[in-house]
Write a protein that binds this ligand. Structure first.
Ligand SMILES: Cc1cc2nc3c(=O)[nH]c(=O)nc-3n(C[C@H](O)[C@H](O)[C@H](O)COP(=O)(O)OP(=O)(O)OC[C@H]3O[C@@H](n4cnc5c(N)ncnc54)[C@H](O)[C@@H]3O)c2cc1C
Length: 417
């Protein structure tokens, strides 16, 4: 079933009786060429690109809950390509280009909105760092503009320029950055993969990984054993737990990240705004809610829920940046489990066991990576070679210390990235 304006018109005139389910509710088979554990953004996009780019369709995605019920449906939807270090910058640049063609590719409205992201700076030193980052982004072929305070005042007049705790010195703007409707991204990839023959199996938790003579043979699940020639672990915040089923100890810690949304308001915030000094960032959804979040809880946990101290911290940061936000009522808040790597950069690699592949360590920035990650992961599984845009995401950098990508310059402490 293809979506088009004509189709919407026809359905509207005929009682909306012709719409079909977006994907097949598949029953698990006993055997697959590739099994992907995890029906989040990265697992679904991996399945999609395996089928579309490599013709590998005897594939199952096993999801313990419902598709898109994990972090892909819990994030604050920011999409950008403003990384500084080689390794990261070419990957996120590649991912943003995929975003720009995604709706046509999937024939699905993911509401990708390139409304621009402004990262504020608050000192001369931060301005230098922002200028260097902007130059790195432009060298990579992406856009970046350094904004003065006068330019900022024209674009975002509602920030507190007079009495904020951290005075605003300017901002780094990426116009091609923006947002997308997060669960539509999961649904779009699910539909595209299912249409190409991939089995999407919900309520199917992987409980064990079968390995014989150093080679993956399949998985044990709550819906029975499934054999697989190749197995991909793509479970975000649960990466350490699932990898442990294969006897692996990953350099990943799981931390909670919270977000908040207000009641719907008339359009007032046109961009994504990031306020690093206060650990606060905000955008306005197409429904009108102000969507905002802050920092990690700094305490390793598998609880996908928030807590009051962090809520208070985020509200304070919002109020100091834009006091007008105090007039809005918060509608709800939630948490997700982040797979924090020691250098803040991800892993897309062989796991060191024949037929086993790893995709994890996306920290709190993996939504924007969904197209690039699936594309690179599918390439790795199909060809056994890393995708040219993802050669730096090796697992062994944490053992050897060579090739670490410490994007934030915060050292090797998981909760600081
Ligand atoms: C509050 C918040 C704000 C964020 N904001 C942004 C942002 O603005 N921009 C950005 O780029 N990123 C953001 N992120 C990060 C981003 O959401 C994640 O990095 C990304 O979604 C993780 O990849 P995923 O979509 O595949 O994860 P998930 O959707 O979590 O997918 C993993 C899936 O694996 C399943 N699973 C786990 N264990 C098993 C098992 N044993 N068997 C079967 N299935 C299993 C889970 O149920 C889950 O559905 C944010 C995250 C949060 C929580």
């Amino acid at each position: 079933m293809r979506f088009s304006g004509l189709r919407v018109l026809k359905e509207g005139l005929t009682g909306n009786r012709g719409w079909q389910a977006h994907w097949r509710d598949a029953m698990p088979k006993s055997d697959y060429d590739v099994v992907i554990i995890g029906g989040g953004g990265h697992g679904l996009s991996t399945a999609y690109y395996l089928a579309k780019e490599h013709g590998i369709t005897n594939v199952a995605v096993l999801e313990k809950g419902y598709l898109g019920g994990g972090n892909v449906g819990r994030n604050t939807t920011i999409v950008r390509a403003n990384y500084f270090l080689p390794g990261n910058s070419e990957f996120y640049s590649h991912s943003l280009k995929l975003w720009e063609g995604l709706e046509e590719d999937l024939n699905y409205n993911v509401m990708h909105s390139q409304r621009g992201q402004i990262v504020l700076f608050h000192s001369d030193g931060q301005r230098d760092a922002a200028a260097r980052r902007g130059n790195a982004m432009r060298n990579q072929g992406d856009d970046a503009e350094l904004l003065s305070v006068a330019e900022l005042k024209r674009m975002v007049p509602y920030l507190d320029y007079e009495q904020a705790r951290f005075p605003i010195y300017g901002g780094l703007l990426q116009r091609r950055a923006g947002t997308a409707r997060h669960d539509a991204v999961a649904w779009g990839y699910a539909r595209g993969a299912s249409d190409r023959g991939v089995d999407l199996i919900q309520n199917c938790e992987v409980t064990g990984i079968d390995i014989e003579n150093g080679r993956v043979r399949g998985v044990q699940t709550t819906r029975g054993a499934i054999r697989a020639r190749k197995l991909a672990i793509v479970v975000a915040g649960r990466s350490s737990q699932v990898a442990a089923m294969a006897g692996m100890r990953l350099p990943i810690e799981s931390h909670v990240l919270q977000a908040f949304v207000t009641e719907g308001l008339k359009p007032c915030i046109d961009h994504v705004i990031s306020f690093g000094m206060g650990h606060f960032y905000i955008s306005q959804s197409d429904k009108g809610g102000l969507v905002f979040g802050g920092d990690l809880d700094m305490y390793a946990s598998y609880a996908a829920r928030g807590n009051l101290p962090l809520a208070e911290h985020v509200m304070e940061a919002g109020m100091t940046l834009m006091p007008m936000i105090g007039n809005a009522s918060v509608l709800r808040s939630w948490g997700g489990i982040m797979d924090m790597s020691p250098d803040g950069s991800p892993i897309i690699d062989h796991a060191g066991i024949d037929g086993l592949y790893l995709n994890c360590g996306w920290c709190y920035g993996g939504f924007k990576a969904v197209p690039g990650s699936g594309h690179a992961m599918a390439h790795l599984i199909a060809t056994e070679r890393p995708h040219p845009a993802a050669t730096g995401f090796r697992l062994d950098r944490f053992r050897t210390g060579s090739g670490l990508m410490d994007e934030e310059g915060t050292g090797t402490q998981h909760n600081l990235h």
